[in-house]
Structures are given as structure tokens and as C-alpha cells.
Design a binder for this molecule. Structure first.
Ligand SMILES: [Zn+2]
Length: 201
């Protein structure tokens, strides 16, 4: 998981919902979703005939240079199935449109993460987060390993994050191996187009 800096919240989420209801749109959308009885699927609201997820997609993509927030897979193609709710929308409906809760993610990471959440789960845009502060890369096995001698607090977070995101899932290990083998001898290949950029840093 590679650190990134979160962009400011897109104005479309902060605009007043209506003349009569001056609450920001994201709050009203959360309230509405909480009242919904069936929360298995989230249908993003439309604003001026454009779906909200499409409106915020460019900002989400820009944050990570079109890479998955969790595995740094690349590229991500569509706004329809790539937005992950860090705190799952099934358990935290009020945060369904909260900017800080939205992360762009590949299909693999979304499936693995599912609706798992723990307060210890590391966020890639957390100020104190850095890959090197918690993990190191095993260039032989292409596995992500937890640093030895971490403080108890950091160790717990490193373990919980690995457990939820399953960093060493077979498919992910293979993807990193291919990325590394394919590009390690191509120093001029644009860094931002590599998958799993933390390997090459
Ligand atoms: Zn991913």
C-alpha cells in the first residue's frame, strides 16, 4: 500500500442540498441511505443528470495517478465499480458519500476487503502512514512482510491491515512478480505507469 495525499473534497459534495435544506449534499445523501431498508447496493444520486460517482471520479483518480489505493494496481478504468467505502457502507451508511471514506480500488482489493473494517486498519492517505514505516518488500518471494521490532501499536495495525487486505494473496504476489520482472531493467519506463510502485522506490 503506497502513501498518497488526499485532494480537497470536490465541491459537488459540499454544496447545499437545496434552497430549503442547506446541509451539504454528502450529509443528506448519508441520511437518506441510512433510512433505506435495503442497503446491499448503493445507487449514486444524479446531479444535473450526471451520476455522483462519475462527478467525483476524476479527483479520486488524480489522487493516486489512476492506481488502486490499496495494491497500487494500474490502470483503473471506470467510475462504476472502482469506488471503495473504507468504512463499509452497509455498517456506516451515514458515510456513504463522505469524501474521506471514498477510495479508488481495483476489483481484486474490493472483493478481498468486502465489508471488513477495523479501527486499526491503516489508511494510505493517513499522515503518519508510509509503507516503509510498517512493511518491507521481500524481493525473492515478492511478499510484503511486517517490519521486525515495531512498537505494539504499529504491529497491531500492520497485522490487521494485512489480514483485511490480504497483501500476500497468490494473485497479488504474482502480479507484483510480473511487474518487477518486466520493468526492473527498464529504468526509463514512466514510474507512474508501473503497477505496485512501492516495489521500485
Ligand atoms: Zn488493488
Amino acid at each position: 500500500m503506497r502513501k498518497f495525499t488526499r485532494k480537497p473534497c470536490p465541491s459537488v459534495l459540499l454544496e447545499p442540498f437545496s434552497k430549503a435544506n442547506q446541509s451539504p449534499k454528502w450529509i443528506v445523501y448519508g441520511d437518506r441511505y441510512e433510512k433505506q431498508t435495503n442497503r446491499t447496493y448503493y445507487n449514486y444520486p444524479q446531479i444535473n443528470r450526471e451520476k455522483l460517482n462519475h462527478l467525483i471520479f476524476p479527483t479520486l483518480i488524480a489522487q493516486t495517478d489512476n492506481h488502486c489505493s490499496y495494491c497500487d494496481g494500474f490502470p483503473l478504468m471506470s467510475a462504476d465499480e472502482t469506488i471503495d467505502h473504507f468504512k463499509p457502507k452497509s455498517k456506516f451508511p451515514l458515510e456513504v458519500c463522505s469524501w474521506e471514506n471514498l477510495y479508488i480500488a481495483c476489483a481484486h482489493c474490493q472483493k478481498v476487503k468486502g465489508d471488513k473494517f477495523d479501527i486499526l486498519l491503516l489508511r494510505p492517505d493517513e499522515l503518519s502512514y508510509d509503507f516503509d514505516a510498517y512493511y518491507f518488500y521481500d524481493f525473492t518471494e515478492h511478499e510484503i512482510r511486517i517490519l521486525p521490532n515495531l512498537s505494539i501499536d504499529k504491529l497491531e495495525r500492520a497485522e490487521k491491515t494485512d489480514e483485511i487486505l490480504d497483501f500476500n494473496h497468490k494473485a497479488m504476489v504474482e502480479s507484483r512478480r510480473q511487474s518487477y520482472d518486466g520493468f526492473i531493467d527498464k529504468p526509463n519506463y514512466p514510474k507512474n505507469k508501473l503497477k505496485h510502485r512501492f516495489i521500485f522506490q
